[in-house]
Design a protein around this ligand. Structure first.
Ligand code: AMP
Length: 221
């Protein structure tokens, strides 16, 4: 199965992508994580995108498409979850081209919906492992030991773009560029919507049921 996860920042795309990849063995492809890895490794791409990312703006569609295609090719046998990609209509069209070329298909686009106040609260409290990128929240999903990753023991940090000014910019960019995607996937009959305001534990059963339905439909054709 191959999924696209949509939803504004803080909706829980990354958290549910981690959950689904643990449950079904799918590979999580996070555009943001791939970009941050390039920045950390100080590659040519990393140098180009660092400033853009720190300002909370979007990296160019072509650069992202190239990076995503490479990753999809590496993991396509297992199935994947695209988390944070596509973010613009142009990216969705580029993705469709990539999928056709590789003879693959998107089974569903899951849209996690929340309000702006929730985004601000969730991102402000978010901590990310510097080493493995696992995400936590100081209030809702704390690590066992403060400041340390449960999975790898790495240091937990606040990302530069989770600071208030960047959050505002990211929300504006989201609203302007990502909303048309929802209509795009709706027209294709692939859209599934989830109210992502409640606590993770409350959303999980709803989410799992949606995934089961998609899986059953795929098996029975
Ligand atoms: P995220 O971790 O998904 O919040 O992404 C962090 C930053 O990476 C964004 O603010 C953008 O600068 C960049 N980025 C991530 N995904 C994309 C994408 N699909 N298109 C363009 N830029 C992206």
């Amino acid at each position: 199965m191959n999924f696209v996860f949509l939803g504004q920042q803080g909706a829980g795309k990354g958290t549910f992508a981690q959950h689904l990849s643990e449950k079904k063995g799918l590979i999580q492809i996070s555009a943001g994580d791939l970009l941050r890895a390039e920045v950390k490794a100080e590659t040519n791409l990393g140098k180009k995108v660092k400033e853009i990312m720190n300002a909370g703006e979007l990296v160019s569609d072509e650069l992202i498409a190239e990076m995503i295609e490479k990753r999809i090719k590496e993991v396509k046998e297992k199935g994947f979850i695209l988390d944070g990609y596509p973010r613009t209509l142009k990216q969705a069209e580029l993705l469709e081209g990539i999928m056709q070329k590789l003879n693959l298909k998107i089974d569903a686009a899951v849209n996690f919906t929340i309000g702006d106040a929730t985004t601000i609260e969730r991102l402000g409290g978010r901590r990310t492992c510097k080493n493995c990128n696992k995400v936590y929240h100081i209030k809702y999903l704390p690590p066992k030991i403060t400041g340390k990753c449960d999975a790898c023991g790495g240091e937990l940090i606040t990302r530069d773009d989770d600071k208030p000014e960047a959050i505002k910019k990211r929300l504006e960019a989201y609203k302007k560029q990502t909303k048309p995607l929802i209509d795009y996937y709706k027209e294709k009959g692939l859209l599934k919507e989830i109210d992502a305001e409640p606590k993770i534990e409350e959303i999980k059963p709803v989410f799992d049921k949606i995934i089961e339905e998609i899986e059953n439909k795929k098996i029975t054709g």
